[in-house]
Design a protein around this ligand. Structure first.
Ligand SMILES: [Fe+2]
Length: 259
């Protein structure tokens, strides 16, 4: 928080964004999962594919829950969006980000992670103890979003998730590029297709982008600031836990294969 005290003269939204950036540098980029994902100088398509396949199944529940959250929780009712351009811009973002999940299905097929399996095995896995952090992340996100009724504060939450997602996708795209270059196999959710759609952290048309800019300096109280920062902190804690679970899953599935 000391960084924020130094930028206290900035609009509150800029102060919150500065806070997210600080956390990004101090926590996210150095998370063991991200460090482990970064391709080594000896990375080949074979090792890159093995690395991705070792944790993607664990994340399926989160990705599909993220679709639902965007489509039914993060967005505002149309009646509210019709009278607030920022809410309309957020809805536009949700519509786009809530429709990235088909790329996951494509990648599951490309990586041969779509074996014939029975329903009971699949359900036990998706709702089992190994993936509890991925499911819990969505429930916790929903709880946070419901507290953030002010669209500016909700935007802070979106920015946090998107900025963190961008770091992860940039890293998986490096691996996907190695796979594509050596084998011709193209990944979409974990490769360039998704990354290109996530460049600006907020998906919207120029009109919606203008609405966001206009709203940026809307007055916010110090109390709002604390609520916004609280949402950001909670989102970061949840994402860090998710990454720890993915990392643990990856390491245990790799060692199981070697045993
Ligand atoms: Fe996305």
């Amino acid at each position: 928080m000391s960084t924020l005290i130094n930028v206290v003269s900035l609009p509150i939204m800029d102060r919150i964004l500065a806070y997210i950036e600080t956390k990004l540098e101090s926590e996210m980029k150095v998370h063991p999962f991200i460090q482990w994902l970064v391709p080594s100088s000896e990375e080949t398509s074979e090792t890159a594919e093995k690395k991705l396949k070792s944790w993607i199944p664990c994340m399926v529940n989160f990705i599909m829950g993220f679709k639902d959250m965007n489509q039914s929780v993060l967005c505002y009712p149309e009646t509210e969006a019709n009278i607030d351009p920022l809410k309309a811009a957020i809805n536009e973002h949700c519509k786009e980000d809530g429709n990235h999940w088909p790329w996951l299905l494509m990648d599951l097929k490309t990586l041969n992670l779509n074996p014939d399996t029975d329903w009971v095995t699949l359900i036990k896995f998706l709702w089992g103890s190994q993936t509890v952090g991925q499911r819990g992340a969505i429930y916790d996100f929903v709880r946070i979003v419901q507290k953030l009724q002010n669209p500016l504060l909700r935007l802070c939450f979106i920015c946090t998730v998107e900025i963190y997602g961008h770091v992860m996708l940039s890293t998986t795209t490096e691996l996907a590029n190695i796979i594509e270059k050596e084998t011709g196999k193209k990944l979409h959710y974990f490769g360039q297709t998704h990354l290109r759609h996530e460049e600006g952290h907020f998906h919207c048309s120029p009109t919606a982008e203008n609405a966001k800019k206009e709203a940026w300096t809307r007055p916010l109280s110090e109390e709002d600031f604390e609520v916004g920062i609280g949402g950001v902190d909670e989102a970061i804690r949840i994402i860090n836990n998710m990454f720890s679970e993915l990392h643990e899953f990856a390491l245990s599935s790799s060692s199981e294969k070697q045993a």
